[in-house]
Design a protein around this ligand. Sequence first.
Ligand SMILES: NC(=O)c1ccc[n+]([C@@H]2O[C@H](COP(=O)([O-])OP(=O)(O)OC[C@H]3O[C@@H](n4cnc5c(N)ncnc54)[C@H](OP(=O)(O)O)[C@@H]3O)[C@@H](O)[C@H]2O)c1
Length: 387
Amino acid sequence: MDSILSSTTFQLRKSFLCCKHHLPQFSPFKISINAPKKSNNCAQKRQFCPPTIRIIASSQAAAPSAEAATSSYSIPSEMKAWTYSEYGGVEVLKLESNVAVPPLQADQVLIKVAAAALNPVDFKRRFGKFKATDSPLPTVPGYDVAGVVVKVGSEVKGFKEGDEVYGDISEKALDGPKQFGSLAEYTAVEEKLLALKPSNLDFAQAAGLPLAIETAYEGLEKSGFSEGKSILVLGGAGGVGSLVIQLAKQVFGASKVAATSSTSKLEFLKSLGADLAIDYTKDNFEDLPEKFDVVYDTVGQCDRAVKVVKEGGSVVVLTGAVTPPGFRFVVTSNGETLKKLNPYLESGKVKAVVDPKGPFGFDKVEEAFSYLETNRAVGKVVVYPIP
Ligand SMILES: NC(=O)c1ccc[n+]([C@@H]2O[C@H](COP(=O)([O-])OP(=O)(O)OC[C@H]3O[C@@H](n4cnc5c(N)ncnc54)[C@H](OP(=O)(O)O)[C@@H]3O)[C@@H](O)[C@H]2O)c1
């Protein structure tokens, strides 16, 4: 238990792929296919196309490029990465060995990925739930990363080659998340989204934190949570819930933390600092004799949550329908939050929780997703090592 589309070139070399699958719909992309001319018809005719497909985003010209930046590391032009070219279940995921290493913008660093973590947003996005605001397919999924800086853009001030960093690589989770995610050997990330990895955590532990801890913190802040207040966390054993419990207690100074889970996870909730662990398979939290200053709902139970909040209190809603006075927000990735929380992580007051079913090897990403999609994960589902 203790344990902007800123990327602009996506190259896939693959035999027997139908071009149609690689044509982003309504996208700003230029597409050039390195193939004999007559085969260019295959997108329309749905026939197999020759091996090399090159997709270049037209946004490439918009951002300042740091391609002139040099590195003392030997960086290949192609890498292994998990990709999908159509929306769907786990079966659309493919491990490719020749995806172009993303180009670096001036405000970015290139990270050699050591570990990545999965979040429900990864599979909701893969299912096409956010199609309207998603970056164009094909996609390299993954928001959370921990790894080593191997190249810095010309405007980067805060990091240097060799720094061990972690962060959520997409500033907006749903609105134009990066096309090149963290389930890859390399990923390019704006420095403002990153922090130095806490020195006491290994890469797997660090990779599990960014999106979940930033969500936990942003929700608590937005709810006006402060010292001496009480909180009920719905879904206390999950990636976000396990961190809401810890931050409420250790960072915000909660007077009382209550949380819900199924029977086998009650002790785990207590080990995180919950004063009251509620077994939702036996008890209804609405029947508690007390009300809370804040209810933090990671499950999608806002209609019930509003019944146990004090008058004037807040209900933070991460998913599902919102009933007043509940409010919903979508996390914004921010390296400053990680920097602020690093002392709590380094002192051990706040612990990284890697689900004991993992970490999952880089070739086991489908299994890792299938497990996360059961909605039973404890803490974070981590992918490590990434070669
Ligand atoms: N809006 C945002 O910015 C934002 C950010 C992050 C996450 N989210 C969303 O928030 C939700 C939670 O994310 P997550 O990463 O924490 O998910 P997660 O790690 O997959 O959550 C799994 C946990 O949920 C618990 N759970 C399931 N049903 C429950 C219930 N009825 N009552 C209490 N606990 C229950 C499970 O415990 P048991 O096995 O004991 O049931 C399990 O430990 C997802 O829908 C995600 O998309 C939104």
